[in-house]
Design a protein around this ligand. Structure first.
Ligand SMILES: Cc1ncc(COP(=O)(O)O)c(C=O)c1O
Length: 480
């Protein structure tokens, strides 16, 4: 299909596009477009003859990209933003260019070695033993799935087939219910009450209610950073219940567990060291591109028993029992080495920079929470007005050290000037004065590696650091 160096023009164009996209500060927010408009503007893009790479890139740049929200835009606050470091994004390109098979040690030893160092770091921050281990899967949903399948298998080995149920929280992420549906078990939600967090008592009440209803609880899921408010459950209390009732203790830290890297915040996660499994999504708060979820087991051998695949074609990869095959630890076989962008960024900037960046996020959140200048008297989250597409399209040319012209002026990747406002864009409803972001952003941009994009993630997470039951901020947020 392709010989190296065959199409240097396309290579240059792609690198130019990627460089320009990385230089956007901020990037254009963009937004979805109707099917009819896309059909009209992009037309049928796949033909027998092909249109050629440069033309296809132009279709992407001019039509498809503007119809796709930039989740690293500072105003992207309705859903969870992704704010990768430049190092992580650049290395994603390297991963793609390298055709790495990340499923087994035999095929991807170097990549697996590097990914495992990241998992080791995260496990050690959480106080898990050195023997723990896991794999980067596609996202938190699949991380929760593999962890809870392992938990269910462990229970089934002990107790046989039962009407199993998962003890979770009314604030658990939707993926927990989804996992339960997929694996054919129930969920028994403990009441998170006014604090938004479940604890020993509420989880025990849910446990007893499940038993009374004829169900057999096999796992308790604690959330380290709820999706709505960033609230952390009483993990120590849940660990106690898990120990007392012989339940698997899983922690869904997809959203907020990254905060554990900040020493001052560690106590919020007390009890995590007892987890049987946990997840954290680097694409949420570890400055990595989509898509990655670090899934870690206290005893990875239990997962291996469940997920290891066998067949004569897999004999070579299964032969050496001491080799670490990531695919053995989740429901996957072929896999992208999706932990590598985070590995590269951590290796480049150092863990201390990550601690600083996350700390800066939390400080910004505190500042935002303190800001009462708006009239609504609720904790502040997002600017009332988002930057317009025109101003958002300003890019900087770092190499030349000068400001680049607007892409709408004469750029190789000229974009259409009209900005479609769709339902999803409209859903990003600004509700607070614009000054919030502009005034607070510098406190984040001052971080050592210049994680400029980290500010979008912040306001949405402002409750995280103050989410103990006593926190007035958490209470305010809950009542808002
Ligand atoms: C707490 C929590 N768990 C799990 C998930 C699911 O993660 P993903 O979207 O990567 O599948 C999310 C996503 O928002 C989340 O906030």
């Amino acid at each position: 299909m392709h010989s190296p160096g065959e199409d240097n023009g396309l290579r240059d164009a792609i690198f130019q596009y990627a460089t320009q996209r990385l230089d956007y500060n901020p990037p254009p927010l963009d937004g979805p477009q109707t099917f009819e408009k896309l059909s009209e503007q992009a037309g049928l893009t796949i033909t027998e003859e092909g249109m050629g790479g440069e033309k296809a890139l132009n279709v992407f740049a001019d039509v498809l990209a503007p119809a796709t929200i930039s989740t690293d835009h500072p105003g992207y606050l309705s859903f969870i933003p992704a704010a990768p470091t430049e190092a992580a994004s650049l290395f994603d390109l390297v991963v793609s260019a390298s055709s790495i098979y990340g499923g087994s040690w035999l095929e991807g030893a170097g990549a697996v070695y590097a990914e495992n160092q990241v998992l080791e770091l995260l496990a050690s921050e959480c106080g898990l033993p050195k023997t723990s281990g896991g794999v980067f899967v596609q996202g938190g949903t699949l991380g929760n799935l593999s962890a809870l399948v392992t938990a269910r298998e462990v229970a089934q080995k002990k107790h046989g087939a039962k009407d199993y149920t998962i003890i979770c929280s009314t604030e658990s992420h939707s993926s927990v219910k989804s996992v339960a549906k997929v694996i054919g078990v129930g969920t028994s939600a403990a009441d998170s009450g006014e604090t938004g967090a479940i604890n020993y008592e509420s989880a025990k009440a849910a446990y007893e209610a499940a038993l009374a209803g004829g169900q057999t609880p096999f796992a308790v899921v604690g959330t380290a950073g709820t999706t709505n408010f960033g609230i952390i459950d009483d993990l120590a209390g849940l660990a106690r219940l898990a120990k007392e009732k012989d339940l698997w203790f899983h922690i869904d830290g997809a959203y907020g567990l990254a905060g554990i890297l900040v020493p001052e915040l560690k106590e919020l996660y007390a009890g995590i060291e007892h987890a049987d499994s946990l997840i954290v999504d680097p694409h949420k708060w570890l400055f990595s591109p989509f898509d990655a979820c670090a899934l870690i087991y206290r005893n990875p051998a239990l997962a291996k028993e469940v997920f290891s695949q066998h067949g004569e074609y897999l004999e070579p990869v299964n032969k050496n029992k001491d080799e670490w095959n990531p695919s053995d630890h989740a429901i996957n076989l072929t896999r992208r080495a999706r932990g590598l962008p985070l590995w590269f960024s951590l290796a480049t900037h150092g863990v201390a920079t990550y601690r600083d960046a996350i700390r800066a996020n939390v400080e910004l959140a505190h500042q935002a929470a303190k800001d009462r200048s708006c009239s609504c008297n609720k904790p502040c989250r997002i600017p009332r007005r988002l930057p317009s597409r025109r101003s958002a399209r300003v890019s900087s040319n770092r190499r030349a050290g000068s400001r680049a012209k607007r892409t709408s002026e004469k750029s190789r990747f000229t974009r259409p000037s009209a900005s479609p406002v769709s339902a999803a864009t409209a859903a990003i409803k600004p509700s607070e004065p614009p000054k919030i972001v502009s005034r607070l952003a510098p406190s984040v941009t001052g971080t050592r590696c210049g994680l400029l994009n980290s500010h979008p993630s912040v306001a949405q997470r402002y409750v995280l650091a103050t989410s103990s039951a006593n926190s007035p901020l958490a209470t305010a947020a809950l009542s808002s």
